[in-house]
Design a binder for this molecule. Structure first.
Ligand code: KG4
Ligand code: ZN
Length: 358
């Protein structure tokens, strides 16, 4: 039984992060974002791994200093073991195993997406199952029913690009910076959706629960449509002035799809709450729209942008929960870029609570 302070470590992509998490929530968090990738318009795996290696010690020291705790106060270690870039993951996993072994502490390998599922609970103790969760990051787009911690049903997922990836690629085509999500959100603030028209993929009103398309997503076609629109506007010499309008229409299209699919799940399962997670959950217009659709009868839990995007506090939160349940990883714990999501079952067919509802 571990009831004290957990050191969380996250190095799956381009954020090097360490955090201290205890029963009363987060006590310290340090995140170093690797700006070096911006020049390439995307994450360069080898550069990411090397940067984690040179930064991680200092980041742990920062997190400990912020928490007011010392190394002696740490009772267990949680580390992202996958999915992610293998070289980047290896840095965190080996650091965590070495630290835990040297100090005689338990270590637990954590699934990065389960971390995103736990992030909102760090700021709001009521953000616990049962809930429907929309996880939207740079690598994943998943709609999940969580009936309890560790008991997850995958309702739908993207068939191609993740939502965040589409934001990044469209931002790049529009000449905006990386990461693209916040840049598109900023550009869209002074643009008007609807001046240009982009598709809302997989939103056919004829889909019914049980059709795989009912909950699945696809963002590749939308990304291509945005690129073709940009090409056309460029040929006409109007792209620079149209960037805010294209950004606004693209963002609106993504929000339309994400919110509609989430509401389908909420209505079908009569879910009391929705939990957002992943970097795209930092998109304010997405949160506002979802809050409006949920109304006052159902709750929306959204992590603040710092905890929505990659961070080690969410990894520490999962580790705290699982270590308390008695779980341990063996010393053979390894990085696994294709790590299965623990407790996740793929839904074959979902039926409404009342069979007369549909
Ligand atoms: O969860 P995350 O930090 O890393 C992954 O696990 O992938 O998500 C990063 C993604 C990027 O694609 C980024 O563009 C997107 O989240 N993102 C946003 C916003 N902030 C970050 N997308 C839309 N609006 C935002 N405000
Ligand atoms: Zn992530």
């Amino acid at each position: 039984m571990v009831s004290g302070l957990i050191l969380g470590i996250e190095t799956s992509c381009d954020e090097t992060s360490a955090a201290l998490v205890g029963a009363h929530g987060m006590r310290g968090l340090a995140i170093a974002s690797q700006d070096v990738h911006a020049a390439f318009g995307g994450v360069v795996p080898e550069i990411a791994a090397r940067a984690h290696l040179t930064t991680l010690d200092a980041i742990v020291t920062h997190a400990l200093a912020e928490s007011g705790a010392s190394v002696e106060d740490v009772d267990g270690v949680g580390v992202t073991a996958g999915p992610g870039l293998v070289g980047a993951l290896l840095v965190g996993v080996n650091w965590a195993k070495s630290f835990a072994f040297a100090r005689g502490l338990p270590v637990l390998g954590v699934h990065h997406m389960e971390g995103h599922l736990f992030a909102a609970s760090l700021e709001d103790p009521e953000a616990v199952p049962p809930f429907v969760s929309l996880l939207v990051s740079g690598g994943h787009t998943m709609l999940i029913e969580a009936s309890a911690w560790g008991q997850y049903l995958l309702l739908g997922a993207t068939r191609d690009d993740a939502a965040g990836e589409a934001f990044d690629k469209v931002a790049r085509r529009l000449g905006l910076g990386y990461p693209g999500g916040p840049e598109i959100q900023r550009a869209a603030e002074v643009g008007t959706p609807g001046r240009h028209s982009l598709p809302r993929p997989m939103l056919s009103s004829t889909d019914r629960p049980g059709d795989p398309a009912y909950f699945d997503f696809s963002f590749s076609g939308l990304k291509t449509a945005a690129a073709l629109l940009a090409d056309e506007l460029e040929r006409e010499g109007r792209l620079a002035e149209a960037v805010p309008d294209v950004a606004a229409e693209f963002q609106e299209a993504v929000i339309d799809v994400l919110v509609e699919k989430t509401m389908r799940a909420v209505d079908l399962l009569d879910a009391p709450a929705v939990v957002l997670g992943g970097g795209v959950a930092g998109n304010a217009p997405l949160c506002e729209r979802l809050a409006g659709r949920l109304g006052s009868a159902r709750s929306l839990y959204t992590p603040s942008p710092r905890l929505a995007s990659d961070n080690a506090a969410m990894i520490g939160a999962v580790a705290l929960h699982r270590l308390e349940e008695g779980e341990r990883s063996p010393w053979s714990l390894n990085a696994d870029p294709a790590l299965p999501f623990p407790g996740l079952v793929v839904a074959d067919e979902i039926h409404p609570p009342s069979s007369t509802a549909f």
